[in-house]
Design a protein around this ligand. Sequence first.
Ligand code: DP6
Length: 314
Amino acid sequence: MMKATAEASANIAFIKYWGRKDARLRLPYNASISMNLSGCVTTTTVEFSRDYEQDIVAEGFDKKRIITHIDRLRKLAGIQQRVHMKTKNSFPTSAGIASSASGFAALTVAAAAALGLKLSEKELTNLSRLGSGSACRSIPDGFVKWEDSFAYSLYPPEYWDLRDVLVIVKQTQKHVSSSTGHDGAATSPDFGKRLETVSGRIVRIQEALRTKNFKAFGEVTEEDCLDMHHVMQTQSPPLFYWNNTTKRIMDAVTGWRAIGLPVYFTIDAGPNVHLICEGKDEKKVMKVLQSRIWLRQRIKEIIVNKPSKGARVV
Ligand code: DP6
């Protein structure tokens, strides 16, 4: 039977991927570094069969992009059978959390297994990248680096007990997808400056990871987030992913640090805020979040994530 199920976590990038030097191959301008998120998991089942007359993919997703990806795998396996695919996310898809990373990682691993392809982890990262760039970072375990065409694990999940307290805020409008956003990145007059400085941040974050220096780690994470959003806001057309709640949380984080709580923020292509802290401070972060009435009113959901394993067949 040509059927398999795989699970993959979404990931949060501390050094971000924004802009592609080759859009079709999804090759990034710069390296990025991320952590897999234990609380944001996609489970995908695919089955190929001679009895199927057409490809049927899960509702609510970009069918063309999914079938293009499955075609890559079918071609590799030399198999033309039609596919039925089912998928579910452990997190609300409507919450605006990017599900393309966990989605394409789970799809790649499930389809490769169902088609009997014996691929190395490196090959799986390469393939999943063609579906969605950040998906390649959801294949290896724990803390991951993506360079050029492939990604690999820097440290396993148990290496450092970090938390990503993901604050999902009420969304007012639909946002431009990151796929579209990447195309405009290089139009920002400050994109060149980002490329000049990002390699220094890669060195700094790897050093902070190696020495488990949380302050240095948090500082460079915020710096890169703000730098990416500066590019987004100055590219043409400009992209503004933050809403008022996002900005108030960013401001509050600075205040919480001033009163001795080591917590930092990072934000992707949407209004939700990822609060990064060490495991020992998780409860304190939850407490400050719940102690603010204005925040309680605007938070839709909080997902507490630990570092997690990479994609795998289940
Ligand atoms: C802002 O991986 O979603 O989250 O390659 O077009 O699928 P595609 O883009 P995607 O971009 C993610 C952008 C980001 C930063 C990051 O995760 O590094």
